[in-house]
Design a protein around this ligand. Structure first.
Ligand code: ADE
Length: 252
């Protein structure tokens, strides 16, 4: 079954039978390793993510890599052997932090956020939302010692072709996009299935009251009450919008 079908199935199962959801799906756990935990506090402590944590569908643990440094100044960076500008994240504290977690449980993925990783997209978010335990290592400085990538990392992710000051914002984006897909995270679980990019289509335009504002009218069809016709209109609009704005999605 492909990821999206599995996701659908999971959501459907959740809707049809709560017992199935509670017995089959464990709570998801996300561990994030960083040298700047403060950067992750606000994005992961509000709105849907906070509610998902409160409801017990996900646990998010943030770990400060400095706590694993044996250096008396909690130093976590060092010069590159190759010379040149920029510091490198040291091997020992990162390895200690990772092994502290892997000694306690098995991880489905150990992700490293880096601009030279695989481009992140909705399909990857769908796939990750089906996992039980995920660890995300946030890159910082010029990069991390390559041996960590070689020996611990199962997936390297970039959120786009630009360079951030660190991988924390990328980790927050990945966590946000994954957690909202977990059954129970959102009040209306089916709404995740109508997001842009599910089915490789952008979302159709959306409107709320008033039906007319400054002479700008909501399309008549949406006021018709004919749900079949509205659905058809939405599908057409989604297709036209995708063709106009992101034709590359239709080629996939
Ligand atoms: N760290 C710095 N830039 C990044 C990017 N574009 N994606 C993921 N991690 C990063």
């Amino acid at each position: 079954m492909n990821t999206f079908l599995t996701l659908n199935f999971k959501l459907l199962a959740t809707e049809v039978c709560d017992v199935y959801f509670y017995t089959k799906f464990e709570k998801m756990r996300i561990d994030i390793l960083t040298v700047v935990p403060e950067l992750l506090e606000s994005p992961l402590n509000h709105s849907i993510i906070q509610r998902a944590k409160d409801k017990g569908v996900v646990e998010i643990h943030i770990h400060n890599i400095r706590d694993f440094s044996e250096d008396k100044h909690n130093k976590v960076d060092d010069y590159a052997f190759s010379g040149g500008a920029g510091m490198v994240m040291r091997l020992e504290p990162v390895v200690k932090a990772i092994e502290h977690l892997t000694d306690q449980r098995k991880y489905d993925e150990i992700i490293f956020t880096t601009p030279d990783g695989d481009q992140y997209d909705q399909k990857t978010a769908n796939t990750l939302s089906l996992k039980e335990n995920i660890m995300i290592l946030c890159g910082h400085y010029k990069g991390i010692d390559q041996r960590i990538r070689d020996h611990f990392i199962s997936k390297e992710i970039s959120i786009g072709d630009f360079v951030l000051t660190g991988g924390e914002l990328a980790a927050a984006i990945i966590t946000d996009s994954v957690v909202r897909l977990i059954p129970g995270a959102m009040n209306d679980e089916t709404s995740a299935l109508t997001d842009s990019f599910q089915d490789n289509l952008l979302s159709p335009p959306i409107y709320t009251r008033p039906a007319e504002f400054r002479g700008w009218k909501v399309p008549d069809i949406l006021l018709s009450g004919d749900h079949k016709k509205i659905e058809k209109w939405q599908e057409d609009q989604a297709y036209q919008r995708t063709k106009r704005l992101r034709p590359d999605l239709l080629d996939e």
